[in-house]
Design a protein around this ligand. Structure first.
Ligand code: SF4
Length: 416
């Protein structure tokens, strides 16, 4: 499947040649996108149904817009995921990560254990800690603040990318603070940015089935926009491949675009494939066998690039969800960021993802280079850190190449 795809998405095939494969009405839509015109929800839905020649043309269009807007470099961040507890009462039916506290493999890490992991990550060159956890009912009210203060006290240089809107909602309830006051307190304790996870699909009917205790759409928006207003930027995500329709995905992307125009606070957009194994959703037959990896994923990436042009420049692939080979192909369907690698990515692994637990910096750079693109290390906020790799050639095989298995962590965690 992938080699067939790779043939279809041949690097170097002229854009005009691939556009000519589209049906006339779809070609007109793609031409509008290439002109920088806004793609509506209806048009986004049409893109998400593209097949055959239309799909090849869609992917080529996304690639051309990516090249025009952000160039050929592919960024990645050196970070570590830190899932400090898997104890959670929320009961999302798509989640294979959460445990009840009495289960044998439930965990709740001490501050000392957390600091040891951060220390290890810093030693390996991480610039960011991506931290999320389950919603633990026995957590002391100010735990999130206390963890931040402990980490930033010991490692002031590390960027803390932590706590989804679900965790912010829970923390603010536990402390009886407003979202604004709670976020301000976390910012003062060292919070840098927040993951825009817990979004899944921003549609309350779908959310009710996926997880009726989760933040609803308006609460998610309130927390994200309050954070942005306070200068706390966030990522944005969509989870696809479960109960949703193409229209839900298109409407979700359009909502993210609208919010971005209001706040400018999103740093990136990350489409996340739903990993069905070991989830209640799959066990109970609410979702069937997942669509095969490949065309389905590339459609979502390409449509995201078209719909978000002019609003969010950075489109991140998720090798954790779709594996290395397909993540490479997604670089030709609109993506310009490879995320990171995994040091402790227990969320997707629990759910049956197959891309392994971590990828080293060297591997990420090699995967990017193999598609003829230049890997560039970045910070959380997309500042470039080329100096760290200025001695490496495109494929990184020169004498100055960094050696060793410098492991980094993909983000954002999709579980919350
Ligand atoms: S997705 Fe997050 S909030 Fe939902 S059950 Fe899993 S850990 Fe809990």
């Amino acid at each position: 499947m992938h080699s067939h795809l790779a043939e279809e998405i041949q690097v170097g095939t002229p854009l005009e040649h691939r556009l000519a494969l589209a049906q006339p009405e779809f070609r007109a839509l793609l031409d509008r996108a290439l002109d920088g015109r806004e793609i509506s929800v209806d048009e986004g839905e049409r893109c998400l149904h593209a097949d055959g020649g239309d799909l090849i043309a869609l992917i080529a269009t996304a690639d051309a817009i990516r090249k025009r807007d952000v160039g050929d470099d592919v960024t990645y961040v050196v970070n570590r995921n830190l899932n400090f507890t898997n104890i959670c009462f929320v009961g999302c039916r798509f989640c294979a990560f959460a445990r009840q506290r009495w289960e044998a493999d439930a965990f709740n890490q001490s501050i000392e254990a957390i600091l040891a992991k951060v220390q290890q990550a810093v030693h390996l060159g991480a610039t960011e800690i991506c931290m999320q956890g389950g919603i633990n009912p026995e957590m002391p009210a100010f735990t999130y603040r206390d963890i931040l203060q402990a980490i930033k006290g010991a490692f002031p240089q590390i960027h803390m990318h932590a706590f989804s809107p679900m965790e912010i909602m829970y923390g603010s309830r536990r402390t009886d603070m407003s979202y604004r006051d709670y976020l301000q307190m976390l910012r003062d304790a060292g919070l840098g940015t927040i993951p825009g996870t817990a979004a899944e699909i921003l549609d309350d009917e779908i959310r009710e089935i996926l997880s009726h205790k989760k933040v609803d759409v308006q609460t998610w928006i309130d927390i994200i926009t309050t954070a942005h207003d306070l200068g706390i930027r966030s990522t944005s995500t969509v989870m696809y491949g479960h109960l949703e329709t193409a229209r839900h995905v298109a409407a979700h992307i359009a909502l993210i675009r609208t919010l971005q125009r209001q706040t400018g606070g999103f740093t990136e957009f990350v489409p996340l494939r739903f990993i069905h194994d070991n989830t209640e959703l799959f066990r109970q037959g609410l979702v069937g066998e997942p669509p095969p990896k490949g065309l389905y994923d590339l459609r979502v990436y390409a449509t995201s690039r078209l719909m978000l042009q002019g609003a969010i420049d950075n489109l991140q692939t998720s090798w954790v969800k779709i594996n290395h080979e397909l993540a490479q192909l997604s670089l030709e369907a609109g993506c310009n960021d490879f995320g990171g690698t995994l040091m402790e990515e227990s969320i997707s692994r629990e759910a049956g993802a197959d891309a392994g637990e971590y990828t080293t910096v060297d591997e990420i750079r090699a995967l990017i280079s193999a598609r003829g693109r230049r890997p560039v290390e970045r910070t959380t906020l997309y500042d470039r850190r080329e100096a760290a790799h200025e001695d490496t050639a495109v494929d990184g095989d020169g004498p100055g190449r960094r050696s060793g298995r410098r492991e980094v962590s993909a983000r954002p965690d999709p579980h919350c």
